[in-house]
Design a protein around this ligand. Structure first.
Ligand SMILES: CC(C)(COP(=O)(O)OP(=O)(O)OC[C@H]1O[C@@H](n2cnc3c(N)ncnc32)[C@H](O)[C@@H]1OP(=O)(O)O)[C@@H](O)C(=O)NCCC(=O)NCCS
Length: 217
């Protein structure tokens, strides 16, 4: 795999990245995990299983034995004590990232197809400045801002334990380095922990857009 299609390049080496292999989509997860998707549609079950298997493998790489990854109040995975990570999946791509808690205090990941954003959702996601930026850079994946905000949310949610909406943060994308940073909008009520340094970046694999972010202390 070339460097430019490998999502591991979004993260420092302390963060383990695992991409789902074909059998992971079909193989049942652990019993207690399967109970979380008992009534779900086939698509959901396949994606959930792929994500859970990736997370198990990542935790194994970090020296842990596989135990069920259950869910918190807002569907966030509950990582084993002392570890953290993030899971993302779409129709045909799933991955998980995990690390030992320490210097790294947050991780978020998101994968999206390269297909366009639906017209009517754009205004819900983009601030005016972000809309102008995307219009000025039509070669960028249309879901870039959406995906970056999803990974940002997953990264911060376990720390702030607060839902936040797409218009409460605004992204700044660096086209040369493919990094992104964000600012909290004046009217937003979220207090992002000041001790955490945010690192965000994105990757176009040729078939998918992957955004990843992490927080260091
Ligand atoms: C949670 C959310 C980010 C999931 O995104 P998605 O596009 O539906 O699906 P993805 O495959 O990328 O991610 C799903 C995975 O995210 C993880 N996840 C779900 N809720 C989470 C949360 N609150 N915190 C961290 N991770 C979470 C789970 O592992 C989930 O997969 P699983 O249910 O199989 O375990 C999204 O549905 C959501 O609720 N967003 C909140 C609103 C938002 O994004 N605001 C923008 C902030 S600026």
């Amino acid at each position: 795999m070339s460097h430019h299609s490998d999502p591991a390049c979004l993260f420092p080496t302390a963060i383990v990245t695992i991409i789902a292999t074909p059998e992971m989509w079909e193989t049942p997860a652990l019993e207690k995990e399967e109970a979380l998707i008992a009534g779900s549609a086939d698509k959901r079950r396949r994606e959930f299983r792929a994500g859970r298997h990736c997370a198990h493998r990542a935790l194994e790489c970090l020296g842990l034995e596989v135990t069920p990854l259950l869910q918190g109040e807002r569907r966030e995975p509950i990582w084993p004590q002392g570890y953290l990570g993030s899971i993302s999946h779409c129709d045909d791509y799933a991955l998980a990232v995990c690390a030992l808690q320490g210097d790294i205090v947050g991780i978020g990941i998101d994968v999206e197809p390269l297909s366009p954003l639906k017209r009517d959702v754009e205004q819900l996601i983009h601030t005016e400045r972000e809309s102008r930026f995307m219009q000025a850079n039509p070669a960028l994946p249309e879901r870039l801002i959406f995906s970056a905000k999803e990974s940002l949310y997953k990264c911060y949610y376990p720390l702030v334990e607060q839902f936040f909406d797409f218009h409460e943060v605004e992204l700044a994308i660096d086209l040369t380095t493919r990094h992104f940073s964000f600012s909290s909008q004046p009217e937003a009520g979220i207090s992002f922990p000041a001790y955490a340094n945010f690192h965000g970046s994105f990757l176009n694999t040729g078939s998918h857009l992957i955004t990843g972010c992490y927080l260091t202390q």
